[in-house]
Design a binder for this molecule. Structure first.
Ligand SMILES: C[S@@+](CC[C@H](N)C(=O)[O-])C[C@H]1O[C@@H](n2cnc3c(N)ncnc32)[C@H](O)[C@@H]1O
Length: 337
């Protein structure tokens, strides 16, 4: 501006304004008015401007190379909150500009973030809620890669390719984003323009949600933390699994249980086979008996007689037999004498 016209420089933080004033003095600028206000309210306080540069507050995901703490400092909520604030600040910046300005009517939006939420999503929101369009600025800045027009399930206005992204590993600088907007009318649209950012609200794996799948009960394996009273036996689990399969295939409607047609009280009970009756009997018999596993563990701890190898056993037997014979012989000799 070569020290002509008037420049308003604003920051919400007082300490930042001090640094700003110092820079103004250092550069010998005489056309700058420094304000310490909330950017969202600025449009009501200042006259209509020719152009605005919004270097928006952001998560700083583009400066991780310089400040790795960003990786642990920022969470999903930070990205969401910054995106919301950036949308409000950009709307306010657009409202401050005069669309009929002979020398401008432009807003430049920039962040030092590489996240889509803080960049393309913010600009796309402005395109929908204000009368602005994106313009190219490659004549003055010839490098950078095109902004994204789609990202995962999100779709943005095709003109988002006029924005520019700068990457540390590609451009040897901080991660950065720049968009240049031209205001086409001072009117603020009453309703947001058609939503192009179609969010695919289909959930992962939804294609598997067949009616049969949705009707069946998923039988999860009992975990170690399960209450003792609710633990299912293998037989009960098997029965439950069979029941689930039958429910999923609509067996219940096609072939109602016999008891139902006969009007019996116990409807869910199915006829027991001979084998399962026997198994039931065995289960009842073992109920209340000591736990075999505990007994085994106790036996393990009891001191045991050393197990002799076979040859040692045989030798022991022979000695025993011999000693028996000797005793008999001695008795016989004693009788004779
Ligand atoms: C990326 S920095 C701008 C840096 C500045 N361009 C410079 O070179 O020093 C974003 C600035 O926005 C300020 N800020 C945050 N919220 C604001 C708000 N609601 N209104 C105005 N400024 C705000 C922050 O204090 C921060 O200094």
């Amino acid at each position: 501006m070569r020290n002509t016209g008037t420049l308003f420089a604003n920051d919400l933080r007082r300490d930042r304004c001090k640094a700003l004033v110092a820079n103004v003095h250092r550069l010998g600028l005489t056309n700058v008015v420094v304000t310490n206000l909330d950017g969202k309210k600025l449009s009501k306080m200042l006259p209509r401007l020719d152009r605005v540069l919004l270097d928006a507050p952001c998560t700083g995901s583009g400066i991780i190379a310089r400040d790795p703490s960003v990786k642990v400092k920022r969470g999903q909520k930070d990205f969401e909150n910054h995106s919301r604030l950036q949308k409000e600040l950009l709307a306010a910046a657009i409202d401050m500009v005069d669309a009929g300005s002979k020398t401008g009517g432009y807003v430049v939006y920039s962040t030092c973030s590489v996240s889509v939420e803080e960049n393309e999503a913010v600009v796309d929101h402005a395109l929908k809620t204000r009368n602005v369009e994106l313009v190219s600025f490659t004549s003055s800045v010839s490098f950078g890669v095109e902004g994204l027009t789609k990202y995962r399930e999100r779709r943005f206005h095709p003109s988002l390719n006029l924005t520019r992204r700068y990457y540390p590993h590609v451009h040897n600088m901080d991660g950065f984003f720049v968009a240049k907007l031209k205001k086409t009318s001072n009117k603020v649209p009453e309703r947001a323009k058609k939503d192009r950012a179609k969010v695919d609200d289909k959930e992962w794996g939804e294609e598997h949600w067949t009616p049969a799948f949705m009707e069946s009960v998923v039988d999860f394996e009992a975990t170690s933390g399960q209450a003792a009273g609710t633990k299912k036996t293998a037989r009960e689990k098997k029965r439950q699994h069979r029941q689930n399969l039958m429910d999923a295939r609509g067996f219940q409607q096609k072939y109602p249980p016999r008891s139902e047609s006969a009007g019996m009280a116990n409807e869910a009970e199915e006829p027991l086979s001979k084998k399962s009756k026997l198994r039931d009997k065995r289960e009842k018999r073992t109920q209340g008996q000591p736990n075999n596993e505990l007994l085994d563990a106790a036996n393990e701890q009891r001191p045991r007689r050393p197990v002799l190898p076979n040859t040692a056993k045989k030798a022991k037997k022979v000695v025993k037999k011999k000693s028996n014979g000797m005793v008999k012989r001695q008795k016989a000799e004693a009788k004779e004498s």
